[in-house]
Design a protein around this ligand. Sequence first.
Ligand code: MEV
Length: 351
Amino acid sequence: MAKKVRASVPAKVILFGEHFVVYGKRALATAINQRLAVEVSDREEDGYHVKIENIPTFGLELDLEGGARRAYPYKDYGSATKAVAYVKESIAYLEERYGLNRGGVEIEIKSEIPLSAGLGSSAATCVATIAALKEYFGLSGDLEAIRNDAHHVELTVQGAASPIDTAISTYGGYVLIERNEVKRLPLAGLDLIVGCIGSIPLNMGTKKASEIGLKTKRVVEEVKKRKENFNAIFDYIFDAADEITAQAIKAIEAKDFVNLGALMYINHGLLDAIGVVPGRLSELVKVSQALGALGAKVTGAGGLNEMGGVGSVIVLPNESGARIKTALDIAGALVMDVKTGEGGLKLETDF
Ligand code: MEV
């Protein structure tokens, strides 16, 4: 049994097809160069001790059974408890499925991925925790099994999830999801800007703010309600979204960034039509467009005004990328330059 294991996985952005993928339409996602690492090592006392450091948001240290020992500067404690839920469920699942014989285990999570931002922090937590624990306990490191285990845990915690996030965190690169099947695509990397609204408006109150941990679930439910109300219209929107993903793959292959950007704006318009573009994210896309971005759109679950409008956008910049970043920053976003196509799960032992 290895004494110390580190599993590192990438964050994801969905380039095209979020939400529509839940209904079997095509979606294209890619890994980005923001990573989350889980380190597992021996501990003298029995039980699991977990330390979570989310670099953009918070830190938290706790005994899984005993509760929090220390919370250090954070903006978003509700999201901290959400991260813990994924770690707890990963352990429970592995114990049940593989009959792990636990002693004292130290788990340390360090993440560069902002939370509740649509960048796949939950899936990254599941994949890296499961991969690190399986390696630590001498179980098989088969990637497809790790992906399946992590997807199972995400489903248990969230109630609903497509395989897209766990596939990207496991495999990296680009992944096309079609009728729930995962296909890896060999596409070249893109330089994008991510703008992330992570802060909760001060007037929201703590109860509402803590619900944001379950934002994806809520937003997916809202889309379902709206779809039931406008079913015939939504069928056209969903078919259009499916075709956008197919054309976008061709545009990336042909390095046709003008068409790729145009497809991003169209996809964004469809996301707005199904009700997942809150005012704060809409503003980020509009400001990018006004400054000449080739394309911009909401990525991931998007958001809802009544949930504080938190979420992320991706921007395909033109030569005025620096001005776009300044404008996004002024509009209140956490701004990151990202490269797509990042590598997937990396495991190290006794480093
Ligand atoms: C969330 O990252 C993406 C959604 O399409 C939900 C899912 O695919 O599970 C909104």
